[in-house]
Design a protein around this ligand. Structure first.
Ligand code: NAI
Length: 397
């Protein structure tokens, strides 16, 4: 079967299942080459099938020897034209590799926002996972969420607040650099984004897990945030997503109070800008990324999700190099925020236009390759193999 890369706007529709598997193996290899570290042993990852969540799972399983439960929302193959989503195949490749090393790797492919999902995971922890988890990672990114109590569905909107934002954006489907206007969000869009990308569901998970007594003494829960800089504040930090991230900061306080009697901790981790399914559709962000990646590559500080996440857990959370800000958030994004990096990124972005954005003045090539890898294309070490739709359908997550 032939796998075709199919991009609409900045959304990938095609998938190469075997390429996805190779990429999971590449990330495992990256972690193994760094050696082992003392870390958590029983980990629940909510949003485990791609980018930051998947990288977390790989780093903790293959670096710290952790058993993992991964919750994600992915689709399997139906026919040759509809092969499902990359995360589906990532889950399978991860489980196979982890089981080969004698690790538990349980996948739940269902809506993490529902009460039922939480209860199923809790039952599994109680009955088959040793009874307790010592780390809960919340790495979910979604465009919609159904409130489990009211049944109402909310949609998130990546928008500015107050004033429209006008600026350059990139369309990877057409390799185009164009001017986009982002309208300010309505009150309903602000409320929807808070509901979907804010911290409410993280808190619901922690309350349900605590109530069921499946959190180990000293449990840690992490949640990935982004703050960025003045270069993306108008549409990120100062926009609807920024409000949602601030809501996670607030919910971290509530969760800290909830976990106090079991010596637990809720930790916001302000992660660096990376190319993911979720970040590719943030307006203007790809332009920031191709400037930033160019500068950081030249400085030797550019990271992919696996590089960044492995550094976060190995060196910071379970190591000795943690950097916190004045409100207690972990700040691995300090490399991105470095003042010289930002000044150079700003100067570079200002020079970009339709003619030069995809030349070696910036890092469009890196953005495009990283974006392609998310769907199993342009993966290092990939060797074409024959596979049938029946074989793909027979794979179990
Ligand atoms: P992603 O789109 O690669 O992954 C999202 C994950 O959530 C996937 O595993 C997906 O299956 C899962 N998911 C979505 N809806 C679900 C549902 N209803 N039920 C169960 N699982 C569901 O996203 P990415 O970029 O890795 O984002 C993860 C977190 O990291 C987000 O909070 C994001 O804001 C944050 N972050 C991302 C940065 C970036 O540059 N991409 C930078 C800093 C933080």
């Amino acid at each position: 079967m032939e796998f075709k890369q199919n991009i609409r706007g900045n959304v990938a529709l095609g998938v190469n299942p075997l390429g996805c598997k190779q990429e999971v193996l590449n990330e495992i290899e990256f972690v193994k080459n760094k050696g082992t570290f003392a870390g958590p042993k029983k980990v629940l990852i909510i949003g485990a099938s791609s980018s930051y969540g998947l990288a977390t799972r790989i780093s903790l399983a293959f670096g710290a020897g952790a058993d993992t439960i991964g919750v994600s929302f992915e689709k399997g193959p139906k026919n040759e034209r509809n092969l499902g989503t990359a995360g589906w195949y990532n889950n399978i490749a991860f489980r196979e590799a982890a089981e080969k090393e004698g690790l538990i790797a349980k996948n739940f492919v269902q809506d993490a926002f529902s009460h039922e999902s939480k209860q199923e995971v809790i039952e599994y922890i109680k009955n088959e996972f040793g009874g307790k988890v010592d780390l809960v990672v919340y790495s979910l990114a979604s465009g919609r969420r159904t409130d489990p109590d009211t049944g109402e569905t909310y949609t998130s909107a990546i928008k500015a607040l107050g004033e429209p934002v006008v600026g350059p954006n990139i369309n990877m489907q057409n390799q185009d650099f164009y001017t986009e206007t982002l309208e300010p969000a309505t009150d309903q869009e602000i409320a929807g984004t808070l509901k979907v990308m804010g911290g409410e569901d993280w808190q619901l998970w922690m309350e349900a897990l605590k109530e069921a007594d499946v959190l180990a003494d000293g449990v840690l829960t992490t949640n990935y945030s982004y703050l960025g800089t003045e270069l993306n504040r108008p549409y990120y930090g100062g926009g609807t997503l920024g409000l949602a991230k601030a809501d996670c900061d607030e919910k971290a306080k509530t969760i800290n109070a909830l976990l106090a009697d079991i010596n637990g901790k809720a930790q916001i981790v302000v992660a660096t800008a990376v190319t993911t399914k979720a970040s590719s559709v943030i307006p203007f962000f790809p332009v920031y990324c191709i400037g930033l990646y160019k500068v950081m590559t030249e400085k030797g500080t550019h990271e992919t999700p696996i590089m960044h996440i492995d550094r976060i857990y190995r060196d910071m959370v379970y190591g000795t190099k943690a950097e916190y800000d004045e409100v207690g958030r972990l700040r691995p994004d300090s490399w991105e925020l470095d003042s010289d990096t930002q000044a150079k990124t700003k100067a570079l972005i200002q020079q970009l236009n339709k003619e030069n954005f995809n030349t070696d003045i910036a890092a469009y090539d890196i953005l495009y390759k990283e974006f392609s890898i998310l769907s199993g294309f342009m993966v290092d070490g990939y060797v074409e193999q024959d596979v049938t739709i029946e074989e793909l359908k027979a794979l179990e997550y």
